[in-house]
Every structure is written in C-alpha cells, then in structure tokens.
Ligand binder design. Structure first.
Ligand SMILES: Cc1cc2nc3c(=O)[nH]c(=O)nc-3n(C[C@H](O)[C@H](O)[C@H](O)COP(=O)(O)O)c2cc1C
Length: 146
C-alpha cells in the first residue's frame, strides 16, 4: 500500500485524514474505533471549564425580515468532565502512539486559567493543542425559535 504518512509541523501520523473536533471525537471508544477504521488523526472534542450548555440546540437566527438566516449553535464543548477526557486522550495515545491526537481546549479568558489547563493536558501525550480563544459560550446567539 502507498505510504500516506505525513509530518505536519512535527506531528506525524499514518495518513492526512483526520476527524475534526466534534461529536465523533468525544470519547476513547469513538477515537479508537476511528483509528481502527483507518483515520490518521483526530482533534478531540473541545474540553474545558466551565461547561456551559445552551438553552436551545435547535434555534434559528433571523436577520432583518429574513426568517432563519442561519442556525443557532447546536453544540458547545464536551459535557464530560475534563479529567475523564484527559485520561481517555492519554489512553488513546498509549494504544495508538503513531496516530495524531490534538487536544482542543477552551477556558475563560484568564492567563492563569489557560496555564492551568495546558499544564493539566500536557501529560496526556497529545501531539498538539488547539486553543479555542473565542468560542461559542462567550457569544451565544439569540434564538428566535428556541
Ligand atoms: C455538532 C458540531 C460540533 C462541533 N464541535 C466542535 C468543538 O467542540 N470544537 C471545535 O473546535 N470545533 C467543533 N466543531 C467544528 C468542526 O470541528 C469543524 O471545524 C466544522 O464542522 C467544519 O468542518 P466541516 O465543514 O467538515 O463540517 C463542531 C461542529 C459541529 C457540526
């Protein structure tokens, strides 16, 4: 089989096909299954604190006289505890050391909070961090129908 392995800024993986951060990358079971199925990397579902849920996952946004200009955010960060996610990221990296796992993080806009979260995540063996510096919970859209 052709060698599709890549070295992306120092992150090595068997192929360039990665799962984006979202519902399919929220647990060990999901990511392990994806790697068994052939995916080369995964950006873990964003983890962070505080875990803020939205009031409606199915609202729409109107613009002027136009109904349903777009959909409201339908999901925010992982609703699972940070420690559970970190333990499972470490388990995935132990079982699949050649696959890429990116830890996607989000905390409040405070230097100390970011330092603490990055330090907590470093020991998982994640290949890189994605820092969500301006994300959904900070600017929840008003829902017209939810
Ligand atoms: C339901 C849903 C949940 C998502 N959750 C996250 C998330 O937790 N963190 C993140 O960085 N991106 C999240 N995303 C964005 C995806 O990672 C991706 O960037 C986006 O869906 C665009 O890729 P696509 O065009 O292949 O869907 C989410 C997207 C969807 C649809």
């Amino acid at each position: 089989m052709a060698d599709l392995s890549v070295n992306f800024a120092g992150v090595r993986c068997p192929n360039p096909f990665w799962l984006a951060s979202g519902p399919p990358t929220n647990t060990y079971g999901q990511v392990a299954r994806a790697f068994d199925a052939g995916w080369g990397g995964a950006v873990w579902k964003t983890i962070g604190e505080p875990i803020i849920n939205v009031y409606s996952r199915y609202g729409s946004v109107d613009l002027g006289g136009t109904r349903m200009m777009g959909f409201n955010n339908i999901e925010l960060i992982s609703d699972r505890p940070v420690e559970d996610n970190l333990r499972e990221i470490a388990e995935v990296k132990r079982k699949y050391p050649k696959h890429a796992v990116i830890a996607s993080l989000m905390v409040e806009s405070k230097r100390e909070s970011w330092h603490e979260m990055v330090k907590r995540t470093q020991d998982t063996g994640a290949d890189a961090f994605e820092l969500n510096l301006a994300k959904c919970p900070t600017t929840p859209a008003r829902s017209s129908s939810g």
